[in-house]
Structure formats: structure tokens, C-alpha cells
Write a protein that binds this ligand. Sequence first.
Ligand SMILES: [Cu+2]
Length: 343
Amino acid sequence: MILLLSLVVGFSVIVFSPNFSDAESESKTFVTHSGAVVQTSGEIIDPLYTVSTVEFDPMEFLRDFNYGKVSQLSDGSVLREFTIIAEDDKIMEVSPGIFYNVWTFNGTVPGPTIRATEGDLLRITFINNGSKEHTMHFHGIHPAGMDGVFEPVGGNGGKFVYEFEAGPVGVHPYHCHVMPLEEHIVHGLYGVFIVDPKEERPPADEMVMVLNGLDTDFDTENNFYAANTIPFYYQHHPIQINTNELIRVYVVNMVEFDPINNLHLHGNLYKYYPTGTDLVPSFYTDMITLSQTERGIMEFEYDFPGKYLFHAHKVEFSEKGWVGIFLVNENQDENVQESDYGT
Ligand SMILES: [Cu+2]
């Protein structure tokens, strides 16, 4: 009883002895768990923009393909050279007022979409300017020493050159493969690697959608979901496409913590090529389900103009940001077959 009483008294002292320090007006610095320094003006964490703030435009990312610096080798094959720089101290406003410590390849989440043709030689100079060890692990076929798993690259300028032939044809993820893996992935160290067939796919309006989750409070559950990082972005900024024009979406699921994700398209169905490895579609559907790093290619055309949603049919995900709109415009092109988008 005495113990209980002293507990109550002690609690009361804590609760009823407010100590209005001058914290509210004091400018403080706040060090994130990864060591980034953020400024705050009081007890509420309201980080200000700093030089480390990441600006990311999902509309620009959508159709941005990095083919590297191209040259020809003496045997006639194509060499594609890329430089990828990892950092882990950047802050990004992922949603109004929500600041998140992103770990980036070349300054963005996702990193650049690396694109090559099957059989090209890729030479990727990886520089780690982060504070932790990082790597680049590509899905696909390559020698063991190029797998980005057993060759951790030290921070503060560590370097490694990955060199391998692009293959197989398809859409593949790349990501950091340093433990704890979930932490390195969920902070944003991933991107898309497209391997085109030697005989090109038909011309299309091509785009990349990386499905991602954001665990902004570090409790190993996602607080937000998105296509290309910013929740609700393509709902507020619809993706403009044309009627009677082939649309090709390279979709990669990088959501951690939740075992599945999915993608539903409104007012239409799409041909679906799992992993993009086969040139003949496996399904004609309006709904695919994807586990971690599962991916594929969607192809469709709209007959009728207007607004059409695309979103996770896992409603929790769509209500937390993974939803967008295709705004289909009447095609003004007399001869749509000659259009040459995205290649
Ligand atoms: Cu890493």
C-alpha cells in the first residue's frame, strides 16, 4: 500500500509539476538514427529544409531511362558505363510535413532506371559516400563476385566496379544487399534494371513504377505506400496518356514488411509478362499480386478518353497513398503507329 501510495505521489509530482522550459522557443539540432543532423525550433520535430534535402519529381522519374555512357568494344559489342553514388544522410519531405531519412543511389529513391540491351557489357562504378557499408546487388545472371553480397563497400568514398553482361531480357530490381537488409532497402537503396531484347519491343509510351512502402517511424511497419515514392502523387498529378496508344509499364514491387502488394487497373485489362523474360504475355488481367521484388511488364491501350484509377486493391495500401490516375486524352496523332515514345 505504501509502495502504491508513493507511486501515485511520485506520478502526481511528475504530472502536476510542469516544467515549462524555454524549449519552445529554443532552436535545437536533432540527430536522426542514421546520424543526419536536422534543425528543430521546439519540442515538435519540425525539421527545416537543409542542404541535404532531397527533391524528387515522380513525373520526371516515371519516363526517365538511364542508358549510360555508350561505346563500342573491339569485338563490336556495346559497353555501357554508369556511375552510381550511394548516400545515407539525406532528408526528404515524402508527404507534406513528413520528413524521412532517405538512403539514395544518385540522390533519389528509387535510384536511376538502368537500361541496356541483352548482351551489352555493363560497367558500373559504384561509389559509397554514405556512412555505412553498402553494395549494389542486381537480380539477373552474372558471376558470383559481381553479386554485391560478399563484397561490402565501405563508406566515405569506398569504391567497387561491377562488370557483367546484361541479361536475361526483362525487368529486374537492383538494391543494396548489406545487413540488416530490410533497413537498407526500406530507406530507399533500390532501383530498376531493364534488359531489352535485341529485337526491340513494339514502340510504346513507356514508364516505370516502383511500388514502395515508407516506414517513417521505424517500427517495421509501413506508414505510407506509393508508386514512385510520393504517396498519392499520381492521383494529384495524373499521368497523361493517349487513346489507342500502347502503354508499357515496368512495375517492380519493393515494399518491405508486408508480404504482398498488388496492382489493379480501372476500365481496362492489361497483358502481363511476369519478370518480362518472355515476349509472349502470360495473362490478360486487371489485377496482379506481387511479393517482395516480384515484377513484370504491363501492356495496354485505352479506347475511351477520361480518368481511370490504378491502385493497390489491398485497400489499406491505397488509402495510405498507393493510388494514381491515368488521364486518357483523345489521340490527336493521325498515324499512331509511327509514334516512338520511350525508346
Ligand atoms: Cu546499404
